[in-house]
Design a protein around this ligand. Structure first.
Ligand SMILES: Cc1cc2nc3c(=O)[nH]c(=O)nc-3n(C[C@H](O)[C@H](O)[C@H](O)COP(=O)(O)OP(=O)(O)OC[C@H]3O[C@@H](n4cnc5c(N)ncnc54)[C@H](O)[C@@H]3O)c2cc1C
Length: 396
């Protein structure tokens, strides 16, 4: 691969890399080389048609696009239309299906009562008081002091154990801040202004974004195999794992990952919804995805078979890092790596692996657009101001 004269090198073709490359090519009219170590573009948002059923599915887990950020929404709509899909999650516990996150329907159905929204607090207070938790010291105590032990044990405990393979008593209460709990009938998973699934899938968005005469994409190309050949004047925009960029000098950051098992069943509709959680610890998987429900507008899906995908959660062995683990060890490590980033010249590190943070797609796109604003501003001022560089070309 000829890396001579490359001005912008983007590492990774997920949303972070793709947005940056598209903006540099389109708005700055500069050439960009995108390298991607996998055999496809799109990072973890990649989607394809299943060969056997023709049902479109997301290779790395169901991805629902949602945002309240107008800039992001207008940006993504340049590349796709959305189908108006509305995300709702259900959970199975003890042979019965309930709404998730826990809402008034879940509570009434679980206790077989008919509470009004203004009666829930008093009802749950009696449950909560039975436990006598003054200051919640961990995830379990925090959850119980929010909803009482019966709801916690039914809907949260088993799922959390399977997802993190840790006893909730040994987990920080801070994780629970992300768990919505409602005393009304709102069953929407997100409070976002816009949500949906791209009508032609995510794969098509990435093809459109990266199809530009200024963009060259090299698949199956690992940055660390070509790093030595990169010109010191090339700006590197890197969206791979931050610890790997620094050769793991402070140690490896840990991630949770997922394993998926695909099955085809000879029925039109297996579970009636796109995502069903399995709350009970006896069931080894955490969720079943049925991707046909992500595209209710598609009328050409088969009537005699459907695709389902069982999801299992585990510790990552370095193959597929998904969810950062926000414990003390990893937090200390990431601070050290971030300090290193600030000393680099001509290198930008971001995206979910570069930041070691869980980002939704709209967060990722927003970060990329913000970084692009900075890059284009610098590019403009470099064109108008004589260079003050010492010209030694050092990257750090
Ligand atoms: C299971 C799961 C479900 C999710 N569901 C949702 C959802 O419903 N809604 C939502 O908004 N968000 C969801 N997300 C988040 C979404 O996936 C991320 O926001 C998005 O993928 C981040 O984009 P990225 O470009 O930062 O990272 P990625 O998509 O991971 O892309 C990084 C790319 O860099 C490549 N790369 C890494 N190292 C190298 C290297 N050395 N050389 C070359 N290439 C390299 C990787 O192969 C990868 O393609 C989900 C995430 C997961 C894990």
């Amino acid at each position: 691969m000829n890396l001579e004269g490359v001005k912008y090198l983007v590492v990774g073709s997920g949303f972070f890399g793709a947005v940056i490359a598209e903006r540099i090519a389109n708005i700055m009219n500069e050439k960009v080389l995108v390298i991607e170590k996998r055999g496809h573009i799109g990072g973890n948002c990649h989607s394809i048609d299943d060969k056997e059923t023709g049902i479109h599915y997301h290779l790395y887990g169901t991805h629902i696009f949602h945002t309240s950020n107008k800039r992001v929404w207008e940006y993504i709509n340049k590349f796709t239309e959305f189908n108006g899909y509305f995300h709702q999650v259900l959970t199975r516990h003890n042979g019965k299906v309930y709404q998730m996150p826990v809402n008034l329907e879940t509570i009434n159905s679980f206790y077989n009562v008919d509470l009004k929204p203004f009666e829930v607090e008093e009802f749950l207070r009696k449950e909560i008081e039975k436990e006598n938790i003054k200051e919640p010291a961990n995830f379990e105590e925090k959850a119980i002091s929010m909803m009482g032990r019966p709801l916690y044990e039914a809907f949260i405990k088993g799922y959390t154990l399977k997802q993190w393979q840790k006893d909730p008593k040994d987990m920080p209460d801070s994780i629970l801040k992300r768990l919505p709990f409602r005393t009304n009938y709102n069953e929407s998973y997100y409070y976002s202004r816009w949500q949906g699934i791209p009508v032609d899938g995510y794969g098509e968005i990435f093809r459109k974004m990266l199809k530009h005469p200024n963009i060259e994409v090299q698949l199956n190309t690992d940055f660390f195999q070509i790093r030595d050949k990169v010109d010191p004047e090339t700006m590197i925009i890197y969206s791979g794992p931050i610890d790997q960029f620094f050769d793991y000098k402070y140690g490896k950051l840990e991630y949770r990952t997922l394993r998926f098992e695909m099955e085809v069943h000879n029925v039109e509709d297996y579970q009636g919804t796109s995502v069903m959680n399995y709350a009970d610890v006896e069931i080894p998987y955490t969720r079943i995805h049925e991707p046909r429900h992500l595209h209710p507008e598609r009328t050409d899906y088969p009537k005699d078979k459907t695709l389902i995908i069982k999801e299992y959660s585990m510790l990552d062995d370095g193959t597929n890092p998904y969810y950062p683990i926000n414990d003390e060890r990893n937090q200390n490590l990431i601070l050290k790596y971030r300090d290193e980033v600030s000393t680099l010249k001509n290198v930008k590190i971001s995206g979910r692996l570069g930041e070691y943070r869980y980002f939704d797609m709209h967060d990722t796109i927003n970060h990329a657009l913000e970084l692009f604003d900075k890059i284009s501003k610098n590019n403009l001022s470099n064109k108008t101001t004589p260079s003050l560089s010492n010209g030694n070309g050092r990257r750090n």
